[in-house]
Design a protein around this ligand. Sequence first.
Ligand SMILES: NC(=O)c1ccc[n+]([C@@H]2O[C@H](COP(=O)([O-])OP(=O)(O)OC[C@H]3O[C@@H](n4cnc5c(N)ncnc54)[C@H](O)[C@@H]3O)[C@@H](O)[C@H]2O)c1
Length: 371
Amino acid sequence: MIERLNVALDGRGYEILVGERLLARAGEYILPLLQAKTASPNVIIISDANVAKLYLHRLTGALEEAKIRCRCLIVPAGESTKSLSSYAELMENLLEQKPDRRTTLIALGGGVIGDLTGFAASTLLRGVDFIQIPTTLLSQVDSSVGGKTGINSRFGKNLIGNFHQPILVLSDVSTLATLPRRELLSGYGEVVKYGLINDLDFFVWLEKNAPAMLAGNATLQTQAIVKSCAAKAAIVAADEKEQNVRALLNLGHTFAHAFEAETGYGSELLHGEAVAIGMVLAFATSVKLGICPQADLDRVKAHLQAVGLYTSPLEVRKNWNINALMEHFTRDKKAVGGTLTFVLARGIGKAFIANDVDAGVVREVLVETTT
Ligand SMILES: NC(=O)c1ccc[n+]([C@@H]2O[C@H](COP(=O)([O-])OP(=O)(O)OC[C@H]3O[C@@H](n4cnc5c(N)ncnc54)[C@H](O)[C@@H]3O)[C@@H](O)[C@H]2O)c1
């Protein structure tokens, strides 16, 4: 089963294809896009060492079969590859291949490769096209869609970047079979988010189907990824540059970023794990403010626990520095007279952006959940 989805953006719309064994058919989907701009189709694939070992030959085989000339650049796996120095090295290596404006870059890998390749594509020769072939659940449901690209600075994550939309996203769910369970679960944190933002029915579907989906059922994985991409695409189409509603996608993320920053963005706490905790805390804040039923908070927690995700910061660390956590919020979101901006919820599927959250209430939630 191959599902197709359109991201509607003025003049820059693109298709997302989701299904099994798509890599082996990549040439079929990519060739028409390249032929539209050049008679000698050529691509440069960027991948990380882990993913290249597993899937690069399958992709190059499919492209060569379609008579697409491909060259490959392999970078080290991991978040540290989203650095200025790796970006500089990648750009020099790309230029060494003598690309022209019709060269297309392909990102084969997780969110790190997608973000780095997208940023490289947006700056190479003042901008070339790129295609996302995401291979982690997180990148299939989140980072490959929406056009945010970027790298990290010593001052923080994703501070150097651009909006640059891909021309195609190919999500081959078969690649999830080799993804470590912990990475799969981390990506699932972002899937749950879409239900919590504005889709109670999807959350109910996940309560029923998540165990089989996480155990590898490709049909359920395809359905969950399509649903997630559709949810993100709709929000991005309404607000591409995050002037308003796109911020809803940050549900759980303000808390998550503070915990990730405190743990150094490493393997102690993965992004989706932090998001799961952050969503629980966003619901806890909403309950404390009297706008969300306690039963909804309990239900969110129960589901995340049932699949094996963290729901409390104390499962990660026994000691947290509350002042340091609070500082991340005030630095991130520019506290105005003691108020902060958070995505809160009136219940499951009823998230909204609150610009006037009392910092004292947030501190109380942190005290209750981290000590
Ligand atoms: N642009 C956006 O909108 C957006 C949104 C969310 C997250 N992000 C970014 O995404 C990044 C995280 O992405 P990620 O979680 O995919 O991490 P990742 O790219 O580091 O991949 C996680 C690990 O899994 C390995 N891997 C990837 N696919 C595999 C497969 N199929 N089988 C076996 N191993 C595989 C990778 O080599 C890596 O070691 C962060 O840098 C984050 O900032 C961006």
